[in-house]
Design a binder for this molecule. Structure first.
Ligand SMILES: Cc1cc2nc3c(=O)[nH]c(=O)nc-3n(C[C@H](O)[C@H](O)[C@H](O)COP(=O)(O)O)c2cc1C
Length: 322
């Protein structure tokens, strides 16, 4: 049985929300729901990125995001992910990159709602954990609300109840993935309308959400918010989720404490063969807004360059004010 909610989620982000980043985020917020980077079914099946499934038990609740549209591959990968201990499996129907389009998955699947429904139904029937979808409002010139309405009407027949909506269109030709996260306009009102039209679905809104004030405004209209870049750039913003939205005292006291615990984790993981620079880069945002933020970031760069944490650990700690 689910013992978590998705009122606050951190978005899946390739090269960013790896197991180390998720460990760091969990030190800051006990409630936020975390997602892996997208893992393509092909690479999982051929064993290329089996290590991408690795996660720390402390990360729960954590969902894995799959990219694919081949039904038997999705079933196989869903089972594998459930065995690994993930709390949810999410299907990516939002990524517009050329590579992903060639593999016939991601945002281009918004044009094939029947296939998406079939994929999701098969995934759902093969596991006992929740299955969710992350999609866009539409693709290319399908700008009207009716496109989204039609997509969701068909896809919900799979029995999937959790819809994470990146509130802008995906442009399949002519915009890079990065531009696709900034240029198509955000239309939050479409997502609000979706919740009104499908009150039985759990609707989570994503795109351009900067802070907890924004989140509070959205939560009046939908069931949850998903924050991506803002949470990565300033992870400590998540610490107020518990006191502000759950009426419980945050167990996180200070950035210094978070840093101490994360550095202990890094030292353990170095022994397990993990890469120091990959783990340290997630700390860049921790000093955001602080007096010595720049020196803190420079110190991290020095640690990465010298591939040596031990010699600089105490200096790094001193650069955090509280
Ligand atoms: C570097 C980067 C990598 C991303 N990788 C993924 C991904 O693997 N799967 C996915 O569904 N979305 C991915 N996204 C999109 C985010 O999940 C999110 O939808 C988007 O950034 C908008 O939310 P934001 O404005 O809060 O960042 C990525 C975004 C960024 C910035």
């Amino acid at each position: 049985m689910e013992t978590f909610d998705r009122q606050f989620c951190v978005a899946p982000m390739m090269q960013y929300t790896d197991m180390h980043d998720r460990y760091l985020l969990r030190l800051i917020s006990k409630r936020v729901f975390l997602y892996t980077e997208m893992i393509a079914t092909g690479s999982l099946i051929f064993g290329k990125c089996f290590n991408q499934l690795e996660f720390n038990t402390e990360e729960h609740p954590v969902g894995v995001q799959l990219g694919g549209s081949n039904i038997s591959d999705l079933i196989e990968c869903s089972k594998k992910c459930e065995q690994f201990g993930y709390d949810e499996i999410n299907l990516n129907v939002g990524c517009p990159s050329d590579r992903v389009q060639k593999g016939k998955f991601g945002a281009c699947l918004m044009l094939e709602p029947d296939l998406v429904a079939e994929c999701l139904a098969a995934m759902k029937n093969s596991v006992n954990i929740p299955v969710s979808i992350k999609c866009r409002l539409g693709v290319d010139n399908h700008e009207e609300y009716e496109f989204l309405y039609n997509f969701v009407s068909i896809v919900k027949q799979s029995g999937v109840k959790v819809f994470i909506i990146h509130a802008r269109n995906g442009i399949l030709k002519g915009l890079s993935p990065r531009q696709n996260r900034n240029i198509p306009p955000l239309k939050y009102d479409y997502v609000y309308r979706l919740k009104k039209d499908f009150p039985d679905l759990e609707i989570i809104i994503n795109g351009g959400i900067k802070n907890l004030d924004d989140s509070q405004m959205h939560l009046e209209k939908v069931d949850g918010v998903m924050i991506g870049r803002a949470a990565y750039d300033n992870p400590f913003m998540l610490k107020d989720i518990e006191p502000r939205f759950y009426n419980v005292d945050s167990s996180t006291n200070s950035k210094k404490e978070v840093l101490n615990q994360y550095l202990e984790y890094v030292e353990r993981q170095i022994h397990n063969g993990h890469n120091l620079s990959r783990m340290m880069k997630h700390l860049f945002g921790l000093s955001r807004g602080d007096k010595y933020a720049k020196s803190f970031r420079l110190k991290i760069l020095e640690i990465i360059k010298e591939n040596n944490l031990k010699n600089h650990k105490n200096e790094l700690k001193e650069l955090l004010v509280y």
